[in-house]
Design a protein around this ligand. Structure first.
Ligand SMILES: [Zn+2]
Length: 554
């Protein structure tokens, strides 16, 4: 097929790679350079260094492409790179997120509904202007055909040339680069596309390295001691994206917990910290026996978790999910999704309410006449960025609200208003859970444990959403609300004594042992000093527990 010469210019492979690399560097790195100039304010002395960074990162990309672009592979690789980079640039520019291996893991595990919330016309504009249009150009270009030997030689030149150029610049601006690489590691996380390429290799490596592990069964000795004749009914609510400092129980200036504030027998833990900054990390981690320092997804996935051990003790375990999934935690127990109107009676459009999960509980409890009952309700909670979708109209107390997923189009006040309305709805939902439990008191020893998986950034330091690497994530993404409520029949806890420890530093490392403690399960894997409730037994136990407890682990 003859192509018109006008629309299909001829280039060498090197020219095309260089053109694409320079294009990506200049157009796709707004966030990268904005973060660099925060650390190295632009003036006459820093300008050569900042310009050199653009050259060094372009050279790194050319170097990388010289290794993978051969013959027919050149065009598809460049097009894939342009398309992916346009998405990466959109999310980095809009939410100040970084695309590390954990973020890729979140993306892989995100379902279509969640992804739908992230759609915006601005995203379309990024993809068209930075992805599709340049890709069409790459498709039209005529790449000068050269014999293989010659191509190999030119790739070697490309590789050597870019390496030499980068080395010369780094050495000649040595002082700047020393601080750039050592003290300001984080800045590199924003480089598009080099950092996400690095993350992809790292992410893929996790799967290549780990041959399927044998499942490690722990807590096989779990049992309820014969003297414990009472049946426990415990509901654990796993919250979503709620941050501690937006709970009035923790002193927030707005009255966001009007229902919970009125409950007696409630203990609010004000100093509770998450294991990760995403659902994908925090949810499996909190149910795992591993602490944050030793947690890995592979290990948690292939070892019995708190729910498995409860089931071994003879308890009836149920997981209801109005979020994306249990992230593997409920793989071996009864599980029902409440994400559609097939199961959840409280859906309108695509949104199903957390309160819908309560509708089948009476049947479940009636149908399980023996043994303890432990139910997890996995909320939709404050899942962003579309906070305004997360509550029914009557909970819209704070206005005006941000009514789009494009947070950059809203004022911070509008974003926070929508977010706080969703907290109000969670407050109502938790009170509904307590109402269910009250109906089963004193028939059961009843208790509720509410805990959010991670927090959320709402524009502090220009950061939005969550999922930043734990090391650099602000406290807003890690400090989570945690609340317990006990029915009057739940006599194995002294609430007044427990309240004396409500401000102690606790973390999701405590959850595994606390759940086992709440149901009075005996097993060798249970560590009383990590069980939050054991503090209500004797002060010296608590001292021991607090001392060994999770300090911020960076
Ligand atoms: Zn989450």
């Amino acid at each position: 097929m003859a192509r018109s010469r006008l629309f299909s210019p001829t280039m060498t492979k090197f020219q095309l790679i260089l053109l694409v690399s320079v294009f990506l560097m200049l157009v796709g790195n707004q966030q990268f350079f904005s973060n660099i100039t925060k650390v190295y304010p632009l003036d006459w002395s820093t300008a050569p260094f900042i310009a050199s960074i653009a050259v060094v990162f372009t050279a790194a990309l050319v170097l990388l492409l010289s290794l993978v672009c051969f013959g027919r592979s050149t065009r598809p690789i460049l097009i894939l790179l342009l398309m992916l980079s346009s998405f990466a640039a959109y999310f980095m520019d809009s939410y100040n997120v970084v695309i590390d291996a954990d973020m890729l893991n979140n993306v892989v595990h995100t379902n279509v509904d969640e992804a739908g919330d992230l759609f915006s016309w601005r995203l379309v504009a990024y993809v068209v202007l930075m992805g599709i249009l340049p890709s069409l150009f790459v498709l039209r270009v005529r790449i000068e055909p050269v014999p293989f030997k010659k191509e190999l030689l030119s790739s070697a030149k490309m590789f050597g040339g870019s390496l030499a150029l980068a080395a010369v610049l780094i050495v000649s601006l040595g002082n700047y680069y020393a601080s750039f690489f050592r003290e300001h590691k984080i800045l590199r996380y924003y480089a598009n596309p080099t950092f996400y390429i690095y993350s992809t290799i790292k992410f893929a490596g996790r799967y290549v390295e780990t041959a399927p592990r044998a499942f490690a069964s722990i807590g096989d000795d779990a049992h309820i001691p014969p003297e414990d004749q009472d049946r426990e009914l415990v509901i654990m609510v796993v919250g979503e994206t709620a941050r501690a400092d937006h709970f009035s129980l923790n002193g927030y200036k707005r009255d966001t917990n009007p229902f919970l504030e009125k409950e007696e027998n409630l203990v609010n833990f004000s100093n509770f910290w998450s294991c990760g900054t995403s659902t994908q990390v925090s949810v499996p981690c909190m149910f795992s026996e591993l602490d944050r320092d030793h947690y890995s997804e592979e290990k948690a996935d292939s070892t019995s978790n708190a729910l498995d051990v409860l089931a071994k003790s003879g308890a009836n375990v149920l997981w209801l999910d109005n979020n994306s999934s249990s992230k593997g935690v409920a793989d071996r127990v009864e599980y029902h999704s409440y994400k559609s109107s097939d199961t959840n009676p409280e859906c309108s459009g695509e949104e199903c309410r957390d309160t819908g999960m309560l509708t089948g509980l009476d049947d479940y409890i009636r149908n399980h006449p023996k043994g303890d009952i432990f139910i997890v309700l996995h909320q939709m909670g404050n899942h962003g960025p579309a906070y305004y979708k997360r509550y029914p109209k009557e909970f819209e107390r704070y206005t005006p609200v941000c009514k789009t997923s494009q947070l950059e189009e809203c004022s911070q006040e509008e974003i926070i208003n929508a977010y706080d309305n969703a907290i109000l709805y969670t407050d109502y939902f938790l009170d509904q859970v307590i109402d269910v439990l009250k109906r089963y008191t004193p028939q059961f020893e009843t208790a509720m444990f509410y805990l959010s998986d991670h927090g959320e950034s709402l524009g502090e330091y220009d950061v939005y959403l969550h999922g930043l690497p734990y090391m650099i994530a602000p406290d807003e993404q890690k400090h989570v609300p945690a609340v317990m409520w006990f029915g009057s029949s739940y006599d194995s806890v002294n609430i007044d004594k427990l309240r004396q420890h409500k401000d102690d530093r606790l973390s999701q490392d405590n959850v595994f042992h606390t759940i086992l403690g709440m149901l009075e399960v005996r097993t060798d894997v249970y560590k009383p000093k990590l069980d939050i409730l054991s503090s209500s037994l004797a002060p010296e136990d608590w001292q021991e527990k607090s001392a060994s407890n999770a300090q911020p682990k960076e």
